[in-house]
Design a binder for this molecule. Structure first.
Ligand code: ADP
Ligand code: F6P
Length: 465
């Protein structure tokens, strides 16, 4: 198919769809995991642009193809590049470094070389598809060198970059042997966006410290005299998608069925996360375990449903985490479960949006306890799903979402297990009037800044640079 040039190009590590190749049967495409796709897919629908990314399979380079909403341009990765660039530098160096070194980052020169090489490939693919003067919107930590490479290739473009994860303080970032190159890569953009103010401040301070740039008020001036804006744009969700699903009678019926299938307890506690060590899944299980052990709640009264989406399964820290969580769940079910009635319903799988929204609607307490998280869209999805003004949100102060949702949520420090237990109990014992009041506050914040507004803010700022 002939794909023309685009005036709006998104560049992300993954395409919004992953290729699924069953052993028998035809290949198909499935929505890619994670918050980035949740946020950007609806934005693309309104732009009719092109999306440059990887299909999720090795050596996969289908010819550019179109969906109703966008053109998809696949960037191939070899098995070795997946190991070195994706699993290695992106997810065993940058990911843990940017998330407060919860797991020790590894620094390998071979991984860095692959990261550089692959970033160059993405930049070339974007340069090929972008029309003269186009906007190119580069996404996330896997592609931090792309803005600068792209600027060298195509000085006519407007380049925006958005980091979906935290940007660490100097004490941590300084560990990175390639800190100058990463900062210079980002400084190729006209606008660099972050989830929180503090992250933008970290970036500005570090750019001044480790490059030839000078820092100004929410901006950096590079050695060659260009001004790069650095601002926070807290990302959000497609509220209308969730609202539509919630009003679907099938979703409502499914939600009721879920409640009865887990034994119609008084309280359903829900966690929905990629199975990632940043998400604090073990901390929330421990808190629930202690509540059951201390008879603060009984297994008849409260059950936990934990959806743990498979993620980065070849990275060692993720394998260890899976073993740890599954051991913890197994122990709890052995201790408190009965036949047909486990204390924790653990689901290691990916779900359709309708099923996910049915779960959100069924949950009395949404438990979001990351040790560090750029934003956490699940917290916002829960709020959007509660059109009935029911339910309660327990939210870690270390999620970006806490900046906006502190008024209505029960904020917790997930490391403080006693504090977490108190918050879970308070959320379970909340009276209906206060629950409604809190949910109203939460909904005001989420509905007031949905993904359309976020994209508009970012792109208006970029156009005005
Ligand atoms: P992250 O980007 O770190 O994965 P977020 O909470 O910001 O975390 O975004 C996760 C996104 O993935 C949300 O839109 C959530 O609904 C979706 N998601 C999480 N788990 C599943 C699952 N098991 N099946 C389908 N979608 C999921
Ligand atoms: O939002 C953070 C993020 O890392 C995205 O960049 C990514 O697409 C998503 O989570 C899922 O991670 P992965 O692409 O490694 O499966």
């Amino acid at each position: 198919m002939d794909i023309g040039k685009s005036s709006f190009v998104v560049v992300a590590n993954r395409l919004p769809v992953d290729r699924v190749t069953p052993r028998d049967g035809p290949t198909s495409w499935r929505r890619s995991p994670g918050g980035l796709v949740t946020a950007l897919a609806p934005v693309m629908r309104s732009f009719d642009g092109a999306w440059v990314g990887w299909t999720g399979s090795r050596d996969d380079a289908p010819a550019p193809f179109s969906t109703d909403e966008m053109d998809l341009i696949a960037v191939p990765l070899s098995a070795e590049e997946i190991a070195l660039y994706y699993e290695g530098f992106s997810n065993a160096t940058l990911w843990p470094l940017y998330h407060d070194v919860i797991v020790a980052p590894e620094y390998h020169r071979e991984w860095w070389e692959a990261y550089r090489r692959v970033n160059e490939r993405f930049a070339r693919a974007a340069a090929d598809v972008a029309d003269h003067g186009a906007i190119v919107f580069v996404q996330d930590y896997q592609l931090q060198l792309v803005p600068n490479i792209l600027r060298q290739l195509r000085p006519d473009l407007k380049i925006g970059f958005f980091l979906h994860i935290p940007f660490p303080p100097g004490e941590l970032f300084a560990q990175l042997p390639w800190r100058r190159q990463i900062l210079e890569g980002l400084l190729g953009a006209d606008l660099v966006g972050f989830q929180r103010e503090g992250a933008a401040d970290n970036f500005i301070g570090l750019a001044e410290r480790y490059t030839d740039a000078t820092a100004g008020d929410r901006q950096v001036v590079t050695a060659d005299g260009r001004t790069v804006l650095a601002r926070s744009f807290p990302i959000s969700i497609d509220v209308s998608e969730i609202t539509q699903l919630v009003s679907d009678p099938d979703v409502q019926a499914r939600s009721d069925r879920i409640r009865s299938e887990v034994g119609s307890p008084k309280h359903i506690l829900l966690g929905v996360d990629r199975l990632d060590y940043t998400k604090g899944i073990g901390h929330r299980l421990k808190a629930f375990d202690e509540l059951l052990a201390g008879a603060d709640v009984t297994p008849d009264e409260a059950v936990m449903v934990q959806v743990a989406t498979p993620s980065r399964e070849r990275v060692e820290a993720y394998q260890t985490l899976r073993d740890d969580i599954e051991l913890q769940v197994g122990r709890m079910n052995g201790e408190y479960g009965t036949i047909g009635q486990p204390a924790v319903h653990y689901l290691h799988s990916s779900y359709e949006r309708a099923e996910l929204v049915s779960l959100l609607r069924a949950a009395d307490v949404m438990v979001v306890t990351p040790l560090r998280d750029g934003m956490n869209l699940v917290a916002k999805e829960y709020v959007a799903a509660r059109t009935d003004l029911g339910g309660a949100l327990v939210l870690s102060e270390f999620a970006g979402a806490a900046d906006e949702l502190s008024d209505g949520a029960f904020l917790v420090n997930p490391h403080d297990i006693d504090g977490l237990k108190r918050a879970l109990l308070a959320a379970m014992r909340l009276d209906a009037a206060e629950a409604t009041q809190r949910m109203k506050l939460l909904r005001e914040r989420v509905l007031g800044n949905d993904i359309t507004r976020w994209a508009q803010n970012f792109l208006d700022t970029l156009r005005a640079v």
